[in-house]
Design a protein around this ligand. Structure first.
Ligand SMILES: [Zn+2]
Ligand SMILES: [Zn+2]
Length: 369
C-alpha cells in the first residue's frame, strides 16, 4: 500500500503514540468523573455516526427532524470521520461494490487495509451524483463546507467543559485522545472484523458477518451480515434481544416526533427472500454430489420451498385484507392469520434444519473430495 494522505497518516499515528505514552499519567490521575466524560463523549460521537451518518444519511432508513440532523451533524465531529457527505459517498460505494476493487475498504485487500490502511491511500473526491439527495440538504452541505472549523470548535468545547470539573490533562486525555482512539477503532472494526469473524445468517455469498460482541462495542452495528443483506432496514439487530442501541435511539426519537417513516422488513418478507436464496445456494451443491441422498434432499428442498412460499403468499394476502376488512370480518381474518403464522413457524423451523443439514453434509463431502 502506497501512502498518499500523509496528513491523515501523521495525525493518526501521532495520536496513537500519545495515547500510549500518556497512559501511565492518566492512570495515576484517574477519577470517576474522567470515566463519565469518556463514556459520554464516546456515546455522542459513536451514536452520531451509527444513527446519523450510517442509518440516516448513507442508507436513508428513516426521515429525521432538522433538530435531530443538527445534533448528529455536530456530534459526529467528535468521531472525526470527515463530513456526512464524504462518509456516505464512501459507504454507498462499499455496499454497491462490496468485496471488489471498487469497494473503498474492501476486505479482499487485507485486514489492516480494511481497518485503517485505506484512509492513508488516495481518496477520490466526492462524486455528487452518488449523494445528490444529501447534497440537496442545506444542513449536510453546511457541515461539509465547514467541517474542519466545526470539528476543531466541538472538540475544544468538549475538553473545555471537561476542564470545569477535571484537571486539564485528564480532560484532554479522556475527553479527546482516548475517546477518539475508541471511536475510531470501533468504527473501523465494522470494516475489518465484521467482514471476517462471525456468522453468515442472511447473505452467505458476502464477506460480511454477524457478531454479537462487535455489536456491543459498536452500538449495534455488529449485525453486519443482516445489514448488508437488508441495508434499507433501520435496524441491524432485528431480534428484540439483539443489542442495538442505535435502533432503540431511532425508535425513541420517532416516539418524540424527531424521526418518522422508519423502514424495516416484515419478518415474512425477510423469510421469503431467505428461503429463495438458500435454495439457490444449495441446489448446485446437491447437483455436484449426485447420490441417492442428494436426489431425496433435492426433492424435499423443492417441496418445502413450494409449501413455504404458498403459505407466505396466503399470509401476505390476509394481512393486506386485514387493513380494509369490516369489524366482523376482521375477527375471522385475525384467527386465520394466527393459524397461518403458527404453520409458517413450524415450516420455517423445518426449513432451517433441512438447509443446515444439506449445507453441512455436502460442504463436508466437498472438502473431502
Ligand atoms: Zn451500511
Ligand atoms: Zn460492510
Amino acid at each position: 500500500m502506497k501512502i498518499k494522505n500523509w496528513g491523515i497518516f501523521f495525525f493518526v499515528v501521532g495520536y496513537h503514540v500519545l495515547v500510549v505514552a500518556l497512559l501511565p499519567l492518566f492512570v495515576v490521575r484517574f477519577s470517576w468523573s474522567a470515566l463519565v466524560l469518556l463514556v459520554a463523549t464516546y456515546g455522542i460521537g459513536g451514536l452520531s455516526i451509527t444513527a446519523g451518518y450510517h442509518r440516516l444519511f448513507a442508507h436513508r432508513t428513516f426521515k429525521a427532524h432538522p433538530a435531530f440532523e443538527w445534533v448528529v451533524l455536530l456530534g459526529s465531529t467528535l468521531a472525526m470521520q470527515w463530513s456526512a457527505l464524504a462518509w456516505s459517498f464512501d459507504h454507498r460505494r462499499h455496499h454497491a461494490h462490496v468485496d471488489t476493487d471498487a469497494d473503498p475498504y474492501s476486505i479482499k485487500k487485507g485486514f489492516w487495509y480494511a481497518h485503517m490502511g485505506w484512509l492513508f491511500s488516495h481518496r477520490p473526491d466526492v462524486e455528487i451524483k452518488h449523494v445528490r439527495d444529501l447534497h440537496a440538504n442545506p444542513r449536510v452541505r453546511f457541515q461539509h463546507q465547514h467541517y474542519l472549523a466545526l470539528t476543531i470548535a466541538m472538540n475544544v468545547a468538549v475538553v473545555l467543559i471537561g476542564c470545569l470539573f477535571l484537571h486539564p490533562f485528564v480532560a484532554f486525555y479522556a475527553g479527546f485522545l482516548l475517546r477518539l482512539f475508541m471511536i475510531h477503532h470501533s468504527t473501523w472494526f465494522i470494516n475489518s472484523l465484521a467482514h471476517v469473524w462471525g456468522s453468515k445468517t442472511f447473505a452467505k455469498e458476502l464477506s460480511a458477518v454477524d457478531n454479537a460482541l462487535l455489536a456491543f462495542l459498536t452500538f449495534g452495528e455488529g449485525y453486519h451480515n443482516y445489514h448488508h443483506a437488508f441495508a434499507g432496514d433501520y435496524r441491524n439487530g432485528i431480534r428484540w434481544y439483539h443489542f442495538d442501541p442505535t435502533k432503540w435511539l431511532i425508535w425513541s426519537a420517532s416516539r418524540l416526533g424527531l424521526a418518522k417513516e422508519l423502514r424495516s422488513f416484515q419478518r415474512i418478507r425477510l423469510q421469503r427472500i431467505l428461503v429463495q436464496k438458500d435454495k439457490q445456494l444449495l441446489l448446485p451443491l446437491l447437483h455436484n454430489h449426485w447420490d441417492e441422498m442428494a436426489a431425496e434432499m433435492r426433492a424435499r428442498l423443492e417441496e418445502f420451498e413450494h409449501g413455504f412460499q404458498q403459505k407466505a403468499d396466503a399470509l401476505v394476502a390476509l394481512l393486506e385484507e386485514l387493513q380494509s376488512a369490516s369489524a366482523v370480518k376482521r375477527q375471522w381474518v385475525h384467527l386465520e392469520v394466527r393459524r397461518l403464522k403458527r404453520e409458517l413457524r413450524s415450516t420455517w423451523k423445518a426449513w432451517l434444519s433441512l438447509t443446515s443439514f444439506i449445507a453441512k453434509r455436502y460442504q463436508l463431502a466437498h472438502a473431502h473430495a
